[in-house]
Design a protein around this ligand. Structure first.
Ligand code: PLP
Length: 413
């Protein structure tokens, strides 16, 4: 009998269960923001007559398009990150000659008072998010998630055939932790996105701690802190150090501007991290590790960008409210939702025809559209296009094709 604690690849391959899970994992791809944004674009590609798409394939933005549809960071990687990439590139013939990935994990762990074996480095946080759902849900162990929230965990649950329990956000648009905890006594994963994508709203740390104490036995909390640096939300990394049943996800795709470079973390007790390993142990792109390390070592980066993006968000939200548009909740990140009172997909299509690509709608709120925070110049173009769209009734005149859109979740309740 093989030792279940032995996580070496040969031991994993020798285990029948692992092979079964590997076949299962192949059933559904890892779905991230890039895929979801692209699917949403495809769902709104039939333009109303007279809406030119600049002669481009509808999924390819024209060069001057304002891209505020995928919660990316237009500032890109920091200068220090770019220099680190340029330095490491000539060594790219080796997997990781200088041990950048280990240095990265050690640096993050030291910055947060964690042992290094509590930090697993991945090429973005989509991977560990997907693997967490694969590892801890099953037809008997549900995925519990807020609605609306980031959809990626629900896609992962399609593979494990776990029931999906969707719980409406609370009145302040934070997570309703009592309802999440009560949603299923056999929950496998309770997903909390803090701040939340798409609303940008915050869930209080004390609420997350309450959920940790009261969640069903055998479940884990999956706390996705992709946007935490852009907000004043308090993180829960100390709860990992305290040994709780918790996986925290971090990414370098947001404040650090590295969505196309790829780096992220799963932070958890080693026994929980070991449960993710059978699903993928790919090498890190050394460019991602070195750029992330340079970013962590740049003490000014987070506060500077938080202020820049925060100022742009504040100005945009102030304009929207002064113009009589309804912003949902109190968004604190690089995205927010507007309740347009119209068919959201039609608004998105009309905006795109004006060269401004905004994000998608969620089934629970078909009139609300998600908008990412771009540069001040981009948000000026957004304001012009949004006002013109809302002033014209063209947005009302078009309906999305019924078959278009991302896959549905047949097993969700
Ligand atoms: N989690 C949330 C809430 C996100 O919005 C995203 C991307 O937008 C991710 C995770 C994954 O990002 P990545 O795989 O680029 O790290």
């Amino acid at each position: 009998m093989s030792d279940p604690a032995d996580q070496t690849p040969s031991s994993l391959l020798a285990r029948r269960g692992f092979l079964g899970f590997a076949a299962l994992a192949a059933a559904a791809p890892i779905v991230g923001e890039a895929t979801l944004a692209r699917a949403a674009t495809a769902a709104t590609t039939s333009p109303p007559s007279g809406m030119a798409l600049h002669g481009q394939s509808p999924n390819t933005p024209p060069p001057d398009a304002v891209l505020i549809n995928a919660n990316e960071n237009p500032l890109g990687p920091s200068p220090a990150a770019c220099e680190a990439i340029a330095r490491i590139a000539p060594l790219g013939g080796r997997y990781d000659l200088l041990g950048e990935t280990d240095k990265l994990a050690a640096t993050f762990a030291a910055q947060h008072g964690l042992p290094q074996d509590h930090v697993a480095v991945y090429a973005g946080s989509s991977e560990p998010l997907h693997y967490s759902v694969l590892a801890f849900t099953s037809p008997e162990r549900a995925l519990v998630t807020a609605d609306p929230s980031y959809e990626a965990p629900m896609y992962a649950a399609m593979t494990t055939k776990a029931p999906v329990r969707k719980v409406a956000l609370a009145a302040d648009y934070g997570h309703d932790v009592k309802a999440l905890v009560a949603a299923d006594p056999k929950a496998g994963v309770i997903y909390i996105c803090n701040p939340n994508n798409p609303t940008g709203t915050i869930t209080r740390r004390e609420d997350i701690l309450w959920a940790l104490e009261h969640k069903p036995a055998g479940s884990i909390l999956l706390v996705d802190e992709a946007y935490i640096h852009l907000s004043d939300a308090e993180d829960v990394l100390d709860q990992v150090a305290a040994g709780k049943d918790l996986i925290v996800l971090r990414t370098f795709s947001k404040i650090y501007g590295m969505a196309g470079i790829r780096c992220g973390f799963a932070v958890a007790r080693p026994d929980l991290l070991a449960r993710l390993q059978p699903f993928g142990q790919n090498a890190m792109p050394v460019t991602g590790s070195t750029a992330a390390l340079a970013s962590l070592n740049d003490a000014d980066l987070v506060p500077t960008r938080k202020k820049l993006i925060g100022d742009t968000r504040r100005d945009t939200l102030a304009w929207l409210k002064a113009s009589g548009y309804r912003v949902i909740g109190d968004p604190q990140t690089n995205c927010f939702m507007i309740d347009t009172g119209l068919d959201g997909k039609a608004v998105i299509a009309a905006m795109r025809a004006k060269g401004v690509w905004i994000g998608r709608t969620w089934p629970i709120w078909p009139n609300a559209v998600r908008v990412s925070v771009g540069t001040p110049q981009e948000m000026a173009k957004f304001r012009t296009a949004f006002k013109a769209t809302m002033d014209s009734k063209a947005a009302l005149a078009w309906n999305a094709p019924p078959s278009a859109g991302a896959p549905r979740f047949p097993h969700q309740s």
